[in-house]
Design a protein around this ligand. Structure first.
Ligand code: BES
Ligand code: ZN
Length: 465
């Protein structure tokens, strides 16, 4: 392990340069225009996996974007097997005009008061974090001249559709159960508490995403000729949306909280002890005041409580100036973040019932389910979790906190349900990295610490088992 740690540090600059090559490929999975780029990123990654010495490397075509697979099983049957998951696709970079440098031309900058970082779409989420795993494997393989020095068997499963809902991933896992057989899943696609303050995520929220459309008249109307006698879909949709929360900022959909597992006293105490400063947090996003479900603090509300948010709202005239129109339609994209034991299907059904019950008799309702994902909670006492804590402690000189985060990685629940595998979420992102936003970046210091932590994890996990 010491050789691998040293090798990684000695080759950090080359690693960074290689990551920049991958960041130049605009692998935007949601937009069909970029399908060739997504394929190109998969090919680049596969040839890179081959070049670091992994075996069985394959670009597996699916009905959507390809999945890249590679492995090294030379540690043998006595050693445990770690399945590394990551994604090489990225979110669209819009709005482009808010980027200080082009999103697919990685640049190194010093953020104000921050360490040197790479700015590019995907720098943190998840090309940068996924690539740390490739470089950790390379460091083991290259540091030992024989190329057989990994303490664990490694399998890489890197997909290209995470940012568009991982729709073809679960069927792929089901079709390749034997090939993906492992002892644990390791993912770096989450955050850490703060620069120099490591944390391991033991809970993720799920997601239920729907789109609702109300249609009144069959065309947009003159609001002077018709207004007063035709009910306005925009007015009605606003009323329905307003009814989705109560005064305590709780979701007012019938049965919404039925399956929610409450936070345990122990968890609430742990949340209390985290070094979180609400004023700093507000300042980072220029927010006047926070607003949480009554009785819960900010960290609890974003990590361990379910929510409902409008993600998009469309109706009527959106251009410059005024237009006196009574719109024919109004629509909203709405998503709920879920916690155990809520399920996307059940919550979507409850939302549908809410809209069916409240839609005015003057209009027609369309309700469409977009994508979803199950929430996850992971036991923190397992060998793998403790090995991850040991590994991060080795790098940061302090024991990581265990936290719950509000984002969603749908495959975590799939790994549990389809393969019976627990996942270790060892993340190195910061909220200030601006994932999904303009000027996404990833600190080079954290890129290095991530590689070091992963190298230590493999060794520690092999020892603990
Ligand atoms: N890496 C994120 C998820 C994440 C971010 C988890 C920060 C914890 C902390 C992931 O790439 C992502 O954005 N997922 C989507 C999932 C959706 C498209 C199904 C999300 O959470 O919105
Ligand atoms: Zn993401």
């Amino acid at each position: 392990m010491e050789d691998a740690l040293r090798y990684a540090d000695d080759h950090q600059d080359r690693f960074t340069g290689e990551l920049e090559e991958l960041l130049r490929i605009p692998s935007i999975s949601t937009d069909p225009e970029y399908a060739d780029d997504v394929q190109q990123a998969a090919n680049w990654l596969a040839s890179h996996l081959r070049s670091v010495g992994l075996a069985g490397v394959e670009v597996c075509q699916t009905d959507g974007h390809p999945i890249v697979y590679g492995e090294d099983l030379r540690a043998g049957e006595e050693a445990p097997t770690v399945l590394v998951y990551g994604h090489y696709d990225v979110q669209p970079p819009d709005p482009l005009e808010l980027w200080d440098s082009p999103p697919f031309e990685p640049t190194r900058q010093n953020g104000d008061g921050h360490a040197e970082a790479i700015y590019a779409r995907g720098a943190c989420d998840d090309k940068g974090q996924m690539f740390m795993h490739v470089k950790a494997a390379e460091s083991y393989l290259a540091a030992d001249g024989e190329g057989g020095a990994l303490p664990v068997n490694l399998k890489f499963l890197i997909e290209g559709e995470e940012e568009s809902g991982s729709v073809h991933l679960a069927p792929f896992i089901e079709d390749h159960k034997d090939r993906l057989d492992a002892d644990v899943v390791l993912i770096s696609d989450t955050g850490m508490f703060a620069e120099g303050v490591p944390s391991i995520t033991y809970g993720l929220r799920g997601l239920a995403y729907v789109e609702v459309t109300l249609t009144g008249p069959e065309r947009d109307l003159h609001s002077g000729l018709f207004g007063g006698a035709v009910e306005n879909p925009a007015n009605a949709l606003a009323r329905l949306i307003a009814g989705l929360h109560d005064a305590d900022h709780r979701v007012a959909v019938e049965g919404f909280y039925d399956d929610v597992q409450d936070l345990t006293d122990e968890e609430r105490q742990t949340f209390q002890k985290l070094p979180f400063d609400e004023a700093d947090w507000r300042e980072e996003i220029s927010l006047k005041e926070s607003k949480t479900e009554a009785g819960y603090g900010v960290l609890e509300a974003v990590g361990a409580r379910p929510t409902l948010d409008v993600n998009g709202l469309a109706s009527g005239y959106q251009g410059e100036g005024a237009k006196t129109v009574l719109p024919a339609k109004a629509s909203a994209k709405i998503s709920c973040r879920l916690v155990p034991d809520q399920t996307p299907d059940d919550i979507a059904a409850k939302l549908e019932r809410y809209f069916e019950k409240h839609v005015p008799s003057t209009m027609r309702l369309e309700f469409e389910r977009l994508h979803g994902g199950q929430p996850a909670l992971i036991d923190t006492e397992s060998d793998a979790m403790q090995a991850a804590a040991d590994a991060m402690e080795g790098v940061y000189g302090r024991r990581p906190f265990f936290t719950r985060e509000g984002g969603t990685i749908p495959v975590v629940a799939d790994f549990k349900n389809l393969l019976g595998l627990d996942t270790v979420l060892m993340g190195f992102g910061l909220e200030s990295d601006a994932i999904h936003s303009p000027n996404e970046h990833f600190g080079l210091g954290r890129f290095r610490e991530g590689i070091q932590s992963i190298i230590r994890f493999h060794q520690r996990y092999a020892e603990r088992r």
